[in-house]
Every structure is written in structure tokens, then in C-alpha cells.
Write a protein that binds this ligand. Structure first.
Ligand code: NAD
Length: 489
């Protein structure tokens, strides 16, 4: 597989200063795909200096036309390599081919760069306030609020939806006039280095505007949280790492934009109707082996329909095909690494130890001798206080929880440190909307409605994050606000 192993620093494709590399492993086959530059703190510091220079000493932040052109060139060049990106993504992330036609690749490729590019001309960069004699001294002022880029943004990303997340960072950050340093996850470096190569060779994006530093050492990314030359950190990953980044960033009072973990609900409100399609849909959480932050992994069903719901979801889950992620009929590939596989199996053991009833799955599939697979798994008789209902497992594990009425469903849904997403079904749309309004979460799909898009803000309440990616909010977050006044004529 042809890949780019070098980093992008100050417009040049470079190896690590030490010349060292690290292996990229295919999680479905355990084979080494190839190597990537193993960047160091010194490499990261050079990248930060380049981003600082590009922000402070070029007209990038003021040249909206160049920014729109650069984003569109990057999109077109990626589009031309779409099938190579797809194959690489499946090989390094283990995501199923099926998912690449949707949110893993095709959808973000279409709009994550172009929507922000289009918005450069439409964004409310300035707004007027009414003239005001603020201190009553006969000196009225004309006043305006200006939106300006934050400066240098340090970006740290995870491995689960690498292209989607990176494109949805690059688009808004560059559109708003910032420069950036990206540190991708070590499990999936090649989609990022490919983007680096394309930027260097096929776009007019000036040197230093985007820098990409790969490393096997998570802590190389910490330079982005601590450096006084970085103005903001934008992070997607686990809540534990988010906490650490926020703490490190506090030393320089850096704004942190955090997209973190989730433990979302799939809620079926009590109704007389047929619930088979709605309940069956919850088995979809085994897509990409459950490695999605917004996966609704707590299935909440009324006590009156509980036994029926467990039977329906068992059949649906057992029908899910897992295995080779390049097979178009496969829904579930491997966990991304041995470590993640062991972590998921540890949670399954915990579920059994705490008294939940294993309905299906629960182990390593016998028919996948290689690769980091876990069987699609369901636990019933789960109490929301159990570890498997409270902690993010990031595996194909669904917990079925019963409730008595709408109030109890809302209480259980909100009894979580997380508040990222959710799914809700009810025959009566108005009732569904009323319940949706009471659930403390950043996004919610009602009766199968999909909210996703480059124009739709996405992010979490509570410990699922701070700030929103995409939409107007996701542009605004990468701006500073300046209020100016001058004597009114
Ligand atoms: P992770 O937190 O382990 O790592 C994410 C990134 O942070 C990686 O690039 C890693 O190298 C880096 N990192 C780790 N420690 C660091 C430190 N101390 N300083 C700076 N950088 C550091 O997460 P992961 O396992 O890669 O991804 C899975 C997690 O991401 C899940 O919790 C999932 O819910 C979350 N996620 C959230 C969203 C969202 O939009 N809310 C989207 C995707 C994934």
C-alpha cells in the first residue's frame, strides 16, 4: 500500500529529527502495514514555531479568498484519491467498508471542507451595536463587534473516525483564519500524513499554515497544551485525556475545545405499537465494533415490553456480520488494537461480575483467528448504576435497561457523567420532542431522524465536552471577539 510516512512541518515533508519510525498495524490481520515518522517534542516545537510564524507574519488570517481556494484545492485533491483513502482507512482503522460510504469518509469528504469555505463570505465577521453615550458625558460612540481568528490552534485527534474528525477540524479552523498543528492518533497516522502530502504538493496553502506531527508517544501532543505559542487546543478523544489537556492548558489560560466520550441512550417510549423495527435498530451499535463516541449503547425500554425487546435485539445482534472489514456485507470489524480488545473484554467480565445477564456474545469469536475481534454482545437486567452502564466501553456491547414511565426514562438517561448524543422513539412526535427537551445531551435523533452534517453543531453536555464542532457554533469557537468604539459622527 503506497502511503506517506513523512510529517508536514513548515511546508516541507520531513522525517523525525531522530530518523526513527513506528509501525502501523492492520487491526483485522495484525500485519504491519508499514512505518511512519516518529516525531519528538523538538519536532513538535518546530511545527508550533512554523504555525506561529505563518499566523503572525503572513496575510493568511486576513486573506479569505486564499483560504477558500486552499480548502477547495485540498477537497478536490482528496476527492481524486478517494479510493486510496478508503482502502487506507479500512486497513489502519479496521472500519467496515460500509461505514466509509457514510460518516467515515464520503459524507465528510463532500462537505467538511467546502461548507466552511463557503461560509467565509457569509460569516458575521462584524456587527454593529447602537451608538451609545456610555457614561452620559455627551460623547456618543459608534460601536462594532469584530470576529477575528484565535491564532495558532493545537489539534489532537483519535483513531476511530480519523478522516471525519480531521477534516471537520481543518475546515473550520482554516476558514476562520487560524493556523494549526495537528497531532493524529498513533494508531491511524496515514490518513493524516496523506493530507499533509496533498497540502504540500497540490494546494496554495502557505507553509506553516498546517503542520502535521505524527508520534508513537502520546505526550508529544502535550506540547500543544503547554506551549505559550499555541493560542487554543482543539481535542477529540477520551474524557480522561480531555481532563489532562484542560489541566495542562490552564497554565497558559488556553481555551480548550473538547469533544469527549459518551454513554448515550437508545430510548423506546412506552407505546402500544409495533416496536420491532425501532428496537432492532439498536443492534446497529456494533457498527465499527462500537467504536463511535455517539453510539447509543444503553437501550432503555419500558418494563411492559422488556422481554419482547430483549428477544428482538438478540435476533438483530446475532444477524450482524463481523469479520473482514473489506467485505461489503460486514457491519463490524475489529477493535483498533489488542489493548482496546482487552479493555472491552474486561468490561464484559465486569458486567458478568456485577450481575448483568449475558444474552449473546461476550467473547472473542472463534472464527476470527487473527485480528482484534470481539463478539457482538448484549447484557440484559442491567441496572444503570452498573459499571457497564456508566463507563464508555467503546466496544460492541449493548446494555438493556428497563423503566416504568417517561419520568424514570429521563432520569436514567440523565444519570450519567456524559451527555453526547441519543436516539428516541415514540408514536407521538410531540411527546417525543417533550422528552427530548428533558434529556441533557448535545444531539438527539427522534424516530430515526438524522441530524448529522457540516452545518449541524455536534458536541457534548457535561463531561462529553466543551464547545461544538460544525455549524455556525463550530466556526464561532475558532474566533476571538474584539469590541471597538469611536466617536459617533
Ligand atoms: P485518547 O484520549 O486515548 O487519545 C486521543 C488523542 O489524544 C490521541 O491522538 C492521543 O495520542 C492523544 N493523547 C493521549 N494522551 C495525551 C496527552 N496527555 N496530551 C495530549 N495528547 C494526548 O482517545 P482514543 O482512544 O484515541 O479515542 C477514543 C475516544 O475518543 C473515546 O472516548 C471516544 O468517545 C472519543 N471520541 C469523541 C468524539 C466526539 O466528537 N465527542 C469523537 C470520536 C471519539
Amino acid at each position: 500500500m503506497a502511503h506517506e510516512s513523512r510529517m508536514l512541518i513548515d511546508g516541507k515533508l520531513v522525517d523525525s529529527e531522530t530518523g526513527r519510525t513506528f509501525d502501523n498495524i492492520n487491526p483485522a490481520t495484525e500485519e504491519v502495514l508499514g512505518s511512519t515518522a516518529d516525531g519528538t517534542r523538538a519536532d513538535m516545537e518546530r511545527a508550533v514555531a512554523a504555525a506561529r510564524h505563518a499566523f503572525d507574519n503572513t496575510d493568511w488570517s486576513r486573506n479569505g479568498e486564499l483560504r477558500a481556494t486552499g480548502l477547495r484545492q485540498l477537497q478536490a485533491a482528496l476527492e481524486a484519491e478517494r479510493e486510496e483513502v478508503r482502502a487506507e482507512l479500512i486497513a489502519e482503522a479496521g472500519c467496515p467498508l460500509l461505514s466509509t460510504y457514510g460518516p467515515q469518509l464520503d459524507v465528510p469528504l463532500k462537505e467538511a471542507l467546502t461548507w466552511p469555505a463557503d461560509m467565509i463570505g457569509q460569516f458575521p465577521w462584524k456587527r454593529s451595536l447602537p451608538d451609545k453615550d456610555a457614561f452620559g458625558i455627551g460623547a456618543p460612540a459608534r460601536r462594532e463587534v469584530w470576529k477575528e481568528p484565535v491564532g495558532v490552534v493545537g489539534v489532537i485527534t483519535p483513531w476511530n473516525f480519523p478522516v471525519e474528525i480531521i477534516l471537520n477540524k481543518i475546515g473550520p479552523i482554516l476558514a476562520m483564519g487560524n493556523t494549526m498543528v495537528l497531532k493524529p492518533a498513533p494508531d491511524t497516522p496515514w490518513n493524516a500524513t496523506r493530507i499533509g502530502r496533498i497540502i504540500a504538493e497540490q494546494t496554495d496553502i502557505p507553509p506553516g499554515v498546517i503542520n502535521i506531527v505524527t508520534s508513537s508517544d502520546h505526550l508529544v501532543g502535550e506540547v500543544l497544551s503547554t506551549s505559550p505559542l499555541v493560542d487554543m487546543v482543539a481535542f477529540t478523544g477520551s474524557t480522561a485525556t480531555g481532563r489532562r489537556i484542560m489541566t495542562a492548558a490552564a497554565q497558559t489560560i488556553k481555551p480548550t475545545f473538547l469533544e469527549l466520550g459518551g454513554k448515550s441512550v437508545y430510548l423506546i417510549l412506552e407505546d402500544d405499537g409495533d416496536i420491532s423495527a425501532a428496537v432492532g435498530g439498536s443492534a446497529f451499535i456494533s457498527m465499527h465494533a462500537g467504536q463511535g463516541c455517539a453510539m447509543p449503547t444503553r437501550l432503555l425500554v419500558p418494563h411492559s415490553r422488556y422481554a419482547e425487546a430483549v428477544e428482538i435485539v438478540k435476533v438483530a445482534m446475532e444477524r450482524n456480520r463481523y469479520g473482514d472489514p473489506t467485505d461489503p456485507s460486514v457491519l463490524q470489524g475489529p477493535q483498533v488494537s489488542r489493548r482496546q480488545q482487552e479493555r472491552v473484554l474486561g468490561y464484559i467480565q465486569k458486567g458478568k461480575d456485577e450481575g448483568a445477564r449475558l444474552v449473546t456474545g461476550g467473547g472473542i469469536p472463534k472464527d476470527t483467528p487473527r485480528g482484534f475481534f470481539v463478539e457482538p454482545t448484549i447484557f440484559a437486567d442491567v441496572d444503570n448504576s452498573m459499571t457497564i452502564a456508566q463507563e464508555e466501553i467503546f466496544g460492541p456491547v449493548l446494555s438493556v435497561i428497563g423503566f416504568a414511565d417517561d419520568d424514570e426514562a429521563v432520569r436514567i438517561a440523565n444519570d450519567s457523567i456524559y451527555g453526547l448524543s441519543g436516539v428516541l422513539f415514540a408514536n407521538d412526535l410531540e411527546r417525543a420532542k417533550a422528552v427530548a427537551g428533558r434529556i441533557r445531551t448535545g444531539t438527539l435523533g427522534i424516530n430515526g431522524g438524522l441530524w448529522y452534517g457540516a452545518d449541524a453543531p455536534f458536541g457534548g453536555y457535561k463531561q462529553s465536552g466543551v464547545g461544538r464542532q460544525c455549524g455556525l457554533e463550530g466556526l464561532e469557537i475558532f474566533t476571538e471577539t474584539k469590541t471597538v468604539g469611536w466617536p459617533a459622527p
